[in-house]
Design a protein around this ligand. Structure first.
Ligand code: ARG
Length: 589
C-alpha cells in the first residue's frame, strides 16, 4: 500500500505538471505549522528561479488546479509561496480503512530483501550478565524485529566473548583451589568428567576473585596469561575446563535473556572464528596488505580525509598473539562463508567505535567482505545511576541484570498494590510485564548514542513518556472494546471508520496514518527511539480524543461503531510498535 504522504505528493505533482511546471516540485512534507495545515509543499519557492516568476503566483496556479480535488478539504497558498493542505475527512478515513484491511497495516515491505547479521548481546562467558550488556541486548533485539518487519532475513548472533584472559584467570584460580582435578594433570590421558567442577554461582564468585587477585599478584597474572595461551593452543585439560565454563555460562545466559524477551538465532563465539585466522593472515600478507611494524603485523587503515588519526589495525602482536580485531575480522570471514550477508550491524558500546572503524576499513580493504557489503556500527552510551556515574548496586558492585529486572518489577508491583485493583497473583504477573516494558522503553526512548540515567521512579510512572503510559493506553482501549462488546444495542450494519467528527478525532486519524513513516525512519536511521516518539504521540492523540469524546454514550450507533473500528486500528498500531520494541501489554493494569 502506498504511503499517504506519497499519495498526496503524486496529486500535488500532477497539479504542478498540469500548470506546466516541473513535476518534481510537488513534493509534500508534514506541516511545520500544524496550526495552519496538516501537510505542506514548498515547491513553488524552488520553482521561482526556474520560471522567473513570483513563488506566490506559482503556488496560486497550483492551488487553483487542485481546487475540487477530493483528497483535500482545504488547499491554499500562503506567503511567500507555501502550498498548505488539509486532508478531507473522507479521504483520510478511506486510507485508514485500507490500512485496517491489510495484515501488515499498510506498511509496504522492502522490495530488495537483505540478509542481515546483527551482532548484539556480546556477553562474556563466565562473567555475570550485567547492565553493561543490557543495552546491546535491548537495542539489538529491537533492530532485529524492525528489519524483519520490513521483510529482511535477519540472523541474530550473540557473539559470546569466550576466548580472552578471563579463561586463564579462572583456570589458574581453580588450580589453586582444587589442584587434584584431572584437568591440571599433564600426564592424564583418560576421559574428563562430564560434570563441571563448579556451579554458575561458584563460577561467578571465582572470576571476580581471580580478577582481583591478578591485579595484586604479578606471578598469578603471568600464570593466567600463560594458561590463556595454552588454552588457545589446544591444551587438552584446559579445553575441557573451557567447555565446562562455556556450558554452565550459556545455560545461565539463556535463562537471563529469556527473562528479557531477547532471543538469538545463533550462539556463535569468538573461539569459532579462530580456525579462520591463519588463512586470513596469509591472504593479507600475500595480498600485500599486512606489513610488519615494530614487530607486530598490521594493516594500515588511515585515509587522507581523516580528521583524527586512525591507527593501523593490528593483526598479530610481536609475540604472535591475536587480538580482539583479529577475532572480529575472522568472524567476518566466517559470516561471509555462512551467510554472505548484505549488511552486518554491530550493537556495541560506543567506546568501541575506533575498534570497529579499524575493523571495517580493514575488512573492506583486504576484501574479506564485498565492496557493497554494509558494515554498520550502532554505538550506544552508558546507562548511569542517578549520581551520573555508570550504574552500580547500592553497595557499589556491578548490578546483575536479574536484580535490575526484579527491582523494577517490584517498584511496579508496589504501585499496583497501592491501588489494589487486582489480586496478588495477577498483580505479580502483570507487574512483570509492565516492569519489562518500563525498562525497555526507558532505554529505547533515548537516542542510542546518548548516555542516560536509570531512574526507576521515572521509568515506572504511569504518566509521561514511559512504557507504562503506552501500555496504559492499550489497556484503556481494550477495556472500551470489552464494554462495547457487552452492549445490547449495537450498530447492525457494517461498521466503517468514518470521516472525523472532531478536531481530536482528526488528529488521532492523522497520527495513525503515519505509522509506516515512523517505522521506516526507525529502520533507516537504525533508531528505535523514533518508534517510541511515534507511539508517545499516538497515545497522546488517543487520550486527548478519549477525554473529549463520549464513546459509550454516543447515540448515533453507526458513529459509535466507527469509533470502535478506529480504536481497534489504533490498538493494532500500538501493539505492532511495542512488539518491535520487544515488549507486550497486559490485559489489565
Ligand atoms: N564481548 C564484548 C564486550 O563485552 C562485546 C562484543 C561485541 N561484538 C563484537 N563483534 N566485537 O566488550
Amino acid at each position: 500500500m502506498e504511503k499517504l504522504i506519497d499519495q498526496i505528493t503524486k496529486i500535488v505533482e500532477d497539479g504542478f505538471e498540469a500548470c506546466g511546471y516541473e513535476r518534481s516540485l510537488g513534493k509534500v512534507t508534514l506541516s511545520n505549522r500544524p496550526d495552519l495545515c496538516e501537510y505542506q509543499c514548498n515547491g513553488a519557492m524552488a520553482g521561482a528561479k526556474l520560471y522567473r516568476k513570483a513563488p506566490i503566483a506559482i503556488a496560486g496556479d497550483v492551488v487553483e488546479k487542485l481546487s475540487g480535488e477530493p483528497a483535500f478539504e482545504e488547499v491554499s497558498a500562503a506567503a511567500p509561496g507555501f502550498i498548505n493542505m488539509k486532508l478531507s475527512g473522507a479521504y483520510l478515513a478511506a486510507y485508514l480503512e485500507e490500512m485496517d484491511q491489510d495484515a501488515h497495516l499498510g506498511v509496504a515491505q522492502d522490495e530488495e530483501q537483505e540478509t542481515i547479521v546483527i551482532d548484539y548481546g556480546g556477553p562474556n562467558v563466565a562473567k555475570p550478565l550485567h547492565v553493561g550488556h543490557l543495552r546491546s541486548a535491548i537495542i539489538g533485539e529491537s533492530m532485529k524485529r524492525i528489519y524483519r518487519f520490513f521483510g529482511h532475513r535477519v540472523i541474530g548472533d550473540v557473539h559470546l566473548g569466550d576466548w580472552g584472559l578471563q579463561m586463564g584467570l579462572i583456570i589458574e584460580e581453580l588450580r589453586d583451589r582444587e589442584p587434584q582435578l584431572p584437568y591440571f594433570d599433564e600426564s592424564y590421558e583418560g576421559e574428563y568428567p562430564q560434570e563441571a567442577p563448579f556451579t554458575i554461582g561458584e563460577l561467578e564468585e571465582i572470576y571476580p576473585a581471580a580478577s582481583a587477585r591478578s591485579k595484586e599478584d604479578e606471578a598469578f597474572a603471568a600464570r593466567a596469561h600463560d594458561a590463556t595461551y595454552k588454552l588457545q593452543n589446544g591444551n587438552r585439560g584446559y579445553m575441557a575446563l573451557w567447555n565446562h565454563i562455556l556450558n554452565v555460562s550459556v545455560s545461565d545466559l539463556k535463562k537471563n535473556y529469556e527473562k528479557l524477551g531477547v532471543t538469538f538465532d545463533i550462539w556463535k563465539k569468538e573461539s569459532d572464528a579462530q580456525p579462520y585466522i591463519p588463512d586470513m593472515i596469509q591472504k593479507m600478507k600475500d595480498g600485500g596488505f599486512a606489513h610488519e611494524s615494530q614487530g607486530a603485523l598490521v594493516v594500515d587503515v588511515a585515509r587522507e580525509e581523516d580528521t583524527k588519526e586512525i591507527p593501523p589495525c593490528i593483526l598479530l602482536k610481536s609475540d604472535g598473539a591475536t587480538l580482539y580485531s583479529t577475532t572480529d575480522l575472522a568472524t567476518l570471514v566466517e559470516r561471509e562463508k555462512l551467510f554472505a550477508p548484505d549488511r552486518v550491524l554491530y550493537v556495541v558500546d560506543k567506546r568501541q567505535e575506533l575498534h570497529f572503524t579499524q575493523v571495517f576499513r580493514c575488512a573492506k580493504k583486504t576484501g574479506i567482505v564485498r565492496p557493497e557489503t554494509e558494515l554498520n556500527f550502532l554505538g550506544f552510551g552508558t546507562m548511569n545511576g542517578r549520581d551520573g556515574k555508570p550504574f552500580k548496586t547500592r553497595d557499589g558492585g556491578v548490578m546483575r541484570l536479574e536484580y535490575l529486572i526484579r527491582e523494577i518489577r517490584d517498584a511496579v508491583y508496589d504501585k499496583m498494590m497501592e491501588n489494589r485493583t487486582m489480586d496478588e497473583e495477577e498483580a505479580g504477573k502483570t507487574a512483570g510485564i509492565i516492569g519489562l516494558a518500563a525498562l525497555k522503553y526507558g532505554d529505547l526512548s533515548n537516542q542510542a548514542s546518548k548516555d542516560y540515567v536509570f531512574d526507576v521512579d521515572r521509568f515506572t510512572a504511569f504518566e509521561g513518556n514511559t512504557g507504562p503510559y503506552i501500555l496504559y493506553t492499550i489497556v484503556r482501549i481494550k477495556s472500551i472494546q470489552a464494554k462495547y462488546e457487552a452492549l445490547e444495542d449495537k450498530f447492525a450494519g457494517e461498521a466503517r471508520i468514518l470521516p472525523a467528527a472532531s478536531g481530536s478525532e482528526k488528529e488521532l486519524q492523522l497520527s495513525v496514518s503515519r505509522l509506516g513513516d515512523a517505522l521506516r525512519l526507525a529502520m533507516e536511521e537504525r533508531a528505535p527511539h523514533k518508534i517510541c516518539q511515534y507511539i508517545y504521540e499516538l497515545s497522546d492523540a488517543f487520550n486527548h480524543f478519549y477525554h473529549e469524546t463520549r464513546i459509550m454514550a454516543e447515540t448515533d450507533k453507526e458513529r459509535q461503531a466507527g469509533y470502535i473500528r478506529l480504536l481497534a486500528l489504533v490498538r493494532r498500531a500500538l501493539e505492532t510498535c511495542i512488539g518491535l520494541l520487544g515488549f507486550e501489554a497486559p490485559d489489565r493494569m
